[in-house]
Design a protein around this ligand. Structure first.
Ligand SMILES: C[S@@+](CC[C@H](N)C(=O)[O-])C[C@H]1O[C@@H](n2cnc3c(N)ncnc32)[C@H](O)[C@@H]1O
Length: 223
């Protein structure tokens, strides 16, 4: 990782810490649409445990727990994860939720083939370089069981904020202090090499609206 990549990551981490500190529970208590979809898909696939990357204050992790899954929720913001733990206690699901402070640029703190399902809503499109995104997806594949599912969402190059604000190179653009890596379809396809790519579903979220893809890919059973 170059110094400039590390610097942007550290600035972003601080920005997210301050954002969650200033706006506790900012995404609300209701689960995202992708999480509702993922819970159904994971259940159909027979999954019991979910690893969530970039869980923030936990609107989706807590939903997965309420749905009966055991959840490991990770994020690089301890402030967000503290809010998640408080909410887990208040909702009576604390025994099914574990949190871990984890930077998506680092190896996952899990053994090979140890989790059935991985979910990441708007995490892969954070301030990660293409190389770091590939490394993260390789890690996701390492920790998934054969047949395991990975459902992620990303903002893409049709989003209104693509090429707006401060450019950091590698399709990363910063707007209002938040740096986003806008995904091309080529990047989605490249990340699915060696996986079974099940679906790339376009949807919108929020008032802008953000334009996203929800991607579902699974580890081949012989993989
Ligand atoms: C757009 S928010 C989405 C939060 C959550 N998935 C949700 O939808 O409610 C992105 C999240 O990714 C986290 N994040 C950004 N970069 C990260 C990194 N390099 N490693 C781990 N978490 C990161 C932020 O702290 C934030 O919680």
């Amino acid at each position: 990782m170059s110094e400039s990549e590390r610097d942007l990551g550290e600035v972003q981490r601080e920005h997210w810490q301050q954002t969650y500190g200033g706006h506790p529970g900012m995404y609300g208590e209701e689960p995202s649409e992708p999480a509702v979809h993922a819970a159904a898909a994971f259940r159909t696939a027979g999954a019991r445990e979910v690893l969530e990357l970039g869980a923030g204050h936990g609107r989706d992790a807590l939903f997965f727990a309420r749905e009966g899954f055991t959840v490991l929720a990770t994020d690089f913001s301890p402030v967000g994860l503290a809010q998640l733990r408080d909410a887990a206690g208040a909702q009576g699901v604390a025994e099914r939720v574990t949190t871990a402070v984890h930077d998506a640029r680092d190896p996952l703190p899990l053994a090979d083939a140890s989790v059935d399902a991985v979910f990441a809503h708007m995490l892969l499109c954070m301030a990660l370089s293409t190389k770091e995104i590939h490394a993260l997806v390789t890690e996701v594949r390492r920790v998934l069981t054969p047949g395991g599912s990975f459902i992620y969402t990303v903002r893409h190059t049709e989003d209104a904020h693509y090429r707006a604000g401060i450019g950091h190179g590698d399709d990363i653009w910063e707007h209002g202090g938040f740096a986003v890596h806008f995904f091309s379809r080529e990047l989605v396809d490249a990340l699915a090499e060696g996986w079974s790519l099940r679906e790339v579903h376009a949807f919108e979220e929020g008032g802008l609206p953000r334009r996203l893809w929800r991607v579902t890919q699974t580890v081949p059973n012989n993989g």
